[in-house]
Design a protein around this ligand. Structure first.
Ligand SMILES: [Zn+2]
Length: 610
C-alpha cells in the first residue's frame, strides 16, 4: 500500500487523528498536502455542504451549535469548519458560542475545526475548500462552513456550499439595504435569529420586501429563499431551519450546478528550490528551480524541470525515406496485395476507401477490432506540409468505421479510439502515413481515469470539465491557449504528458468522433496541419496524436472529444538520449522540460509566422 492509499484508508475510516493531521497538512500547505489531496480525490462530492454566514453578532455559532444537535438527533454525522477572522492565538477572546459548540466536539459523529483567516498561503477560500474536501472524504453527512462577517471573502467562501444560510440579527432592518448586496444574493435561506427581541419582526418584513422585489425578476420555478425565525439559544425554530436546508438540497438535482457556484478549476504549482555549489559558476552557491504541478482534473502530479539540450536542427530524412520505400506495404500497388481484409459481414469488400485513404485490419491487432488507415498514396508526407484534406478524409473514414464496428461488440460500453504515430520515433513501424483505429471496451488506464474524474467534476459542478477549462483559457489569461479554429480550441495542457511540450485540442460539445460532422472534422484537420507545421519549425519531426472520446453509449455530457498531440524526439546523431525517463516509466510521473506557458508562446509565434 502506498502512502496516498494509506491516507485514503484512514481518512475513509474517519480516524480522527488522521483527519486532523490531513486538515493541518492542507491548511499549512506542507509536503503532505499533495498526498492528502491525492488520497481523497476519488471520495469527494458526497457530503451536503451548508454555508452559514452573516454579520457579526447575529448568533451564527449558536445556530450552528443548535443545528449540530438537531442533525445528531436525526442520526447524521456532522463536521463544522468555523472560519475565524482573527488568529486564534493572537486574537484573544474565544467567543462563548464557540465554547458551547466545542461541547459537541467529543461526540463520535461530530468534528469541529477552526480556521484562522490570517496567514494562509494561497488564500482562505482555497484552504477552506481543501479542509471541506478532507471532511467530505471522511464521510461526514453534513459539512457546515461558518464564516464571520459579511464581506467579499465570505461571498467567495460561500461559493463552496450548496446551501447558503444568511443569519441576520434583529434590528438590522435599516441596514438590510446597506448589507453587502453579494451576501443577500447568495442566500438560499434567511434566518432572523434572536427572534425574541422586539426588532425581529421589522427585520423579517424588510427581508420579505426585498425578496418580493427580487422574485418578480426571477423565474417562477426557481427556489425562493424563505425567511425563518429562530431563538438559537433555546433551540426554537431550529427544526424548521434544518427542514428548509433539506428542502433546498432536494431542490438541487444531483447534476445541476450550485446556482451561484462558479466552476472551480485550480491550477496548483509547488515551486522546488535546489541549492548547490555550481561548478559551472566557479562553485558559487546557486538556486535551481523546478516545479511540481497538480493536474486539475485527476490530481496527478507532473514535474517541470529545466534541462539543457542542443539546438534541434531539421533532420535530413531523405535517406530514411528512400531506404524504406521499396519494402513499404502501404505504397500503391503493394497495399492491395499484402494487407489483410475484414470479413464481408463487417465490411463489404473487406476494406474501405475515402479519397486517398484506405482502411483495412491490422495484421498485428491490438484488440478485437484493430484497423489501420493508410492516409495517402504518397510514401512520405513532410510534417510541415501535411495536407488538411488528407487528414480529414482519413478521420471521416475512421468515424464511419467506428460507427459500423462499435455495435458488433457485446460490452455495455465501447470506445472508438484513433491514433496517429507519425514517423518511427513515435513508434511507427512504417514511414508511410497511417492511423491506428481501435474499437474497444478497454479504453486504457489514462482515459478511464480521466473519464471517472470528469464524472465526479460534473456531479460536483454541474458542467463538463472541458467546458469549465475552455472558459478558463478562452480569454488567453492562462497563457496556454494556442489556436482556435471554429469549434476547435488548441491549448497546451497545464500538466504536460511528454518532455517537449504537448498540445491538445477540444471539440466543443462533441463527445465522440461519431458526433462530429464533416465540417468539424475539416476544421480540426486544418488546425492540426497548422499545429504540426509549427512543431516542425521548432525542430520536432515526430509525434503521437490520439483522439480521446467518451464511450459511444455515454450521454451524461461529461466529456469533450480531445486530441492530444505529443511531440517525440527525432533520433538523430546529435541527440543520443531518450524522451522517456525513469520518472515516467517507474514513478508514473509526468515530466516536462519546457514550461507549458513558454511552450504555448513558442507555438503561437510559429503559428503567427505562417
Ligand atoms: Zn509507402
Amino acid at each position: 500500500m502506498n502512502l496516498a492509499e494509506h491516507w485514503a484508508e484512514r481518512i475513509a475510516a474517519r480516524d480522527r487523528r488522521a483527519v486532523a493531521r490531513a486538515i493541518s497538512a492542507v491548511e499549512n500547505q506542507t509536503a503532505e498536502a499533495v498526498l492528502v489531496r491525492a488520497a481523497i480525490a476519488e471520495r469527494l462530492g458526497r457530503a451536503q455542504i451548508v454555508g452559514v454566514t452573516g454579520p457579526p453578532g447575529a448568533g451564527k455559532s449558536t445556530l450552528v451549535n443548535a443545528l449540530i444537535g438537531e442533525l445528531l438527533g436525526r442520526g447524521k454525522s456532522v463536521a463544522v469548519v468555523a472560519v475565524d477572522p482573527s488568529s486564534p492565538i493572537s486574537g484573544g477572546a474565544v467567543l462563548g458560542d464557540r465554547i458551547r459548540m466545542a461541547a459537541h466536539q467529543t461526540h463520535e459523529r461530530v468534528f469541529i475545526r477552526s480556521l484562522a483567516a490570517r496567514g494562509h498561503l494561497g488564500g482562505l477560500s482555497r484552504t477552506t475548500r481543501q479542509v471541506v474536501d478532507v471532511l467530505d472524504a471522511a464521510g461526514y453527512d453534513t459539512v457546515i462552513v461558518e464564516t464571520v462577517g459579511a464581506g467579499q471573502s465570505e461571498v467567495e467562501i460561500s461559493g463552496l456550499a450548496r446551501t447558503r444560510v444568511v443569519v441576520c440579527p434583529p434590528g438590522m432592518g435599516d441596514d438590510v439595504q446597506a448589507m453587502k448586496a453579494g451576501v443577500l444574493e447568495i442566500a438560499d435561506l434567511f434566518v432572523v435569529n434572536k427572534a425574541d427581541k422586539p426588532e425581529a419582526g421589522r427585520t423579517e418584513r424588510e427581508l420579505l420586501d426585498m425578496l418580493a422585489l427580487r422574485s418578480r425578476r426571477g423565474a417562477e420555478d426557481a427556489w425562493q429563499p424563505p425567511v425563518l425565525r429562530t431563538v438559537a439559544t433555546t433551540g426554537e425554530g431550529v427544526v424548521a431551519v434544518l427542514d428548509a436546508i433539506e428542502r433546498h438540497a432536494a431542490s438541487l438535482q444531483p447534476s445541476s450546478p450550485a446556482i451561484h457556484e462558479p466552476a472551480r478549476i485550480e491550477f496548483r504549482v509547488t515551486k522546488k528550490l535546489a541549492r548547490i555549489h555550481d561548478p559551472r559558476k566557479d562553485f558559487a552557491l546557486a538556486e535551481i528551480e523546478s516545479e511540481v504541478r497538480e493536474d486539475p482534473l485527476t490530481g496527478d502530479t507532473a514535474r517541470i524541470c529545466h534541462f539543457s539540450f542542443p539546438p534541434r536542427k531539421l533532420p535530413d530524412l531523405g535517406d530514411m525515406v528512400e531506404a524504406t520505400r521499396a519494402a513499404c506495404p502501404f505504397c500503391p500497388g503493394k497495399i492491395s496485395q499484402v494487407t489483410p481484409r475484414y470479413p464481408d459481414a463487417l465490411l463489404s469488400g473487406g476494406r474501405a476507401q475515402r479519397g486517398e485513404a484506405t482502411l483495412f485490419p491490422n495484421l498485428f491487432p491490438y484488440d478485437d477490432l484493430s484497423a489501420i488507415i493508410v492516409m495517402s498514396s504518397a510514401h512520405f508526407v513532410p510534417m510541415d506540409a501535411l495536407p488538411a484534406p488528407m487528414i480529414a478524409d482519413a478521420l471521416k473514414l475512421a468515424r464511419d468505421f467506428i460507427a459500423r464496428a462499435a455495435p458488433t461488440l457485446a460490452g455495455p460500453q465501447t470506445w472508438g479510439i484513433v491514433t496517429w504515430n507519425y514517423m518511427p520515433p513515435a513508434g511507427a513501424s512504417q514511414v508511410h502515413p497511417h492511423l491506428q483505429v481501435i474499437v474497444t471496451d478497454a479504453p486504457g488506464n489514462s482515459l478511464r481515469r480521466e473519464l471517472a474524474a470528469e464524472t465526479r467534476f460534473l456531479a460536483r459542478h454541474g458542467l463538463a470539465y472541458a467546458k469549465a477549462l475552455d472558459a478558463c483559457e478562452r480569454d488567453g489569461e492562462s497563457g496556454r491557449r494556442v489556436l482556435r479554429e471554429e469549434g476547435i480550441a488548441w491549448s497546451v495542457p497545464f500538466c504536460p504528458v511528454g518532455m517537449l511540450g504537448d498540445a491538445e485540442a477540444r471539440f466543443a460539445g462533441r463527445a465522440t468522433l461519431g458526433a462530429c460532422g464533416d465540417g468539424e472534422i475539416e476544421a480540426f484537420a486544418r488546425s492540426l496541419a497548422r499545429i504540426c507545421a509549427a512543431y516542425a519549425r521548432l525542430g520536432m519531426w515526430s509525434f503521437n496524436l490520439t483522439l480521446l472520446p467518451d464511450a459511444e453509449q455515454e450521454s451524461s455530457g461529461r466529456h469533450w472529444l480531445t486530441a492530444r498531440l505529443l511531440p517525440r524526439f527525432y533520433l538523430n546523431p546529435q541527440l543520443h538520449n531518450s524522451d522517456v525517463a525513469y520518472l515516467q516509466l517507474l514513478l508514473g510521473e509526468k515530466f516536462g522540460m519546457i514550461h507549458p506557458e513558454a511552450h504555448a508562446a513558442a507555438l503561437r509565434e510559429q503559428l503567427g509566422a505562417t
